[in-house]
Design a protein around this ligand. Structure first.
Ligand code: UDP
Length: 242
């Protein structure tokens, strides 16, 4: 249950909070005194739901999320089908920046993990110039997870943003939480590449039409195989079996 009393709803066995606004979610992340609430924010999209249906480890890790939110029109539609209420899609690639923006007032300690070395370095520069208190950053091509665990022990962060893609980032977050559970962890996929302009998001018009996935497909045609798997989600949705 979230601070806003958003009882999670199961979509294909994965719990998702049916948020009606980004502000509602942010109220669950930043407490009234401005401090960050520790936990694990996870963007739930149809791909993750399907993965969880076939992979018990993914299902178990997603169940550890304290802030599971709908980041995919398929998940939003399923929530609406189940609750009969309006809820919204929250883009993870925007949410992490909103959270960091709110972290400035308290100078919460932030660690960035993931992406190529020059990309995470550029993210650090961009965020630091906005007064975000980045205490450490590490690219996503490390030899041993111990590099990450040592970093977390050394810095005791309040917020850890992980950009490794799924389910790698969620698996790493689950391990980090065992070492340091006083932080808010969030996996953001390719968002460091988006922030630095290495990867372009769909134009607003496409986003508003819920066609961001199609835009991405035109840019990276090899994603067709990932997208085709999603027909299974559509099938389950239409049969009301999610
Ligand atoms: N990545 C990484 N280490 C790896 C594999 C991937 O840091 O071992 C990064 C990669 O550079 C990219 C992100 O993880 O920035 C993955 O982005 P993708 O778009 O595939 O993730 P999605 O948003 O689809 O989950």
């Amino acid at each position: 249950m979230s601070q806003n009393n958003q009882a999670p709803v199961l979509v294909g066995g994965v719990a998702v909070n049916p948020y009606e606004s980004v502000e509602q979610l942010l109220a669950d992340v930043i407490s009234p005194d401005g401090k960050v609430v520790p936990g694990m924010a996870v963007a739930i999209n149809p791909e993750k739901v399907l993965k969880a249906l076939n992979d018990p480890e993914t299902k178990e890790i997603l169940a550890q999320a304290t802030l599971p939110f709908a980041d995919g029109i398929g998940v939003v539609k399923s929530l609406q089908q189940k609750t009969g209420k309006k809820c919204i899609r929250i883009a993870g690639c925007e949410l992490w920046l909103d959270i960091l923006n709110h972290s400035v007032a308290h100078q919460s300690k932030v660690v960035l993990i993931g992406a190529k070395p020059q990309v995470v370095e550029r993210c650090n520069e961009m965020l630091t110039s906005q007064n975000v208190n980045v205490v450490a950053y590490q690219d996503g091509y490390f030899d041993s997870e111990n590099v990450i665990f040592d970093l977390i022990k050394k810095t005791s962060p309040d917020i850890v943003i992980v950009a490794l893609g799924s389910p790698k980032q969620e698996k790493l977050i689950a391990k980090m939480r065992l070492i340091h559970n006083k932080a808010l962890y969030m996996g953001v996929g390719g968002s460091f590449d988006v922030l630095t302009g290495n990867v372009k998001r769909a134009p607003k018009a496409w986003q508003n039409l819920n066609l961001e996935w199609l835009y991405r497909l035109t840019k990276e045609p090899k994603r067709i195989f990932r997208q085709l798997k999603l027909l299974k989600f559509l099938h389950l949705y239409l049969l009301k079996k999610l």
